[in-house]
Design a protein around this ligand. Structure first.
Ligand SMILES: Cc1cc2nc3c(=O)[nH]c(=O)nc-3n(C[C@H](O)[C@H](O)[C@H](O)COP(=O)(O)OP(=O)(O)OC[C@H]3O[C@@H](n4cnc5c(N)ncnc54)[C@H](O)[C@@H]3O)c2cc1C
Length: 247
């Protein structure tokens, strides 16, 4: 389970056209933490400043989003003019139910979508697009069940959700488990963020922007991880990679 938190500030940079994204957040000792931060300029005098924490287990049990937000605001305060004076109130947040972790998704006459079924992408904490996408899949299955006058057809939703996202989320859960190890996280941030071509490929995987037909490094790397995930029995995979993403 991930967590996210955001607050609002007034800022002279409120009208900038770009989102500021940070994959490198450090605590007061300079240690990298497994979170990411963003600043969305809102264009109305305010900016939205927030953090996401993808791993809440293992070595990161003591890190919470309130602390992470403090670190992130301290890191970006000067560049964005963030201070007690420009702060518009206490930040608010919530859970990020990730990796298809919530079930059952199909009831006798119900289907769950979005956060209610754990649709947040463990690679990046995004859940809005996946909320819509699962909603579309559910609506199609519901339509078919109504046309066939067969409520048991609702079970197709489970199959389609797994076919569309099962492999990707399995790899993503493994990724979250790996970056939960401080040394691995440090290596990823050190190497990944400093080698632009590697960063581009990683982003393509993390934002699910790969194409089924393409043969670029992101697609090849992802398919190799996916094959490994599928070569191991599901229980073995979950035993090795049993951190926060599926709890
Ligand atoms: C701080 C934060 C920042 C985030 N930033 C991003 C981001 O930048 N990009 C991204 O893709 N995702 C982001 N997410 C995740 C994203 O917000 C969620 O994944 C997404 O909103 C899920 O949509 P949903 O419709 O499933 O659930 P929700 O958006 O939670 O909608 C559920 C709705 O149901 C209502 N409801 C609950 N119970 C009842 C009831 N009994 N009767 C009637 N109504 C009820 C709730 O009030 C709510 O309005 C963020 C999450 C957090 C916490």
């Amino acid at each position: 389970m991930g967590m996210a938190l955001r607050g609002y500030y007034t800022s002279d940079r409120h009208a900038e056209p770009w989102i500021d994204s940070h994959l490198d957040i450090r605590d007061t000792n300079g240690q990298v933490v497994p979170g990411y931060g963003w600043i969305f300029p809102l264009g109305d005098g305010r900016v939205n400043v927030g953090v996401g924490l993808l791993s809440t287990g293992g070595a990161w049990k003591g890190v919470n989003t309130t602390k992470l937000q403090e670190y992130f605001v301290a890191q970006t305060a000067e560049a964005w003019g963030l201070s007690d004076e420009t702060c518009l109130g206490a930040p608010t947040g919530g859970r990020l139910p990730m990796g298809l972790s919530i079930g059952p998704r199909v009831g006798a006459n119900t289907l769950t979508i979005g956060d209610a079924t754990g649709m947040v992408n463990p690679f990046n904490g995004e859940g809005i697009a996946y909320g819509y996408e699962s909603g579309r899949l559910a609506a199609a299955v519901l339509g078919e069940a109504l046309l066939a006058e067969d409520p048991t057809a609702l079970a197709l939703y489970d199959e389609r959700l797994d076919a569309a996202y099962g492999d990707y989320y399995k790899v993503a859960r493994g990724f979250v488990r790996l970056i939960s190890e401080p040394k691995i996280l440090q290596a990823c941030v050190g190497l990944g963020l400093r080698v632009p071509p590697l960063m581009r490929e990683l982003l393509a995987i993390m934002a699910n922007l790969m194409s089924n037909d393409a043969k670029g490094p992101a697609e090849v790397g992802y398919r190799a991880m996916s094959r490994l995930a599928n070569a191991l029995p599901a229980q073995a995979w979950d035993l090795i990679f049993s951190d926060g993403a599926k709890t």
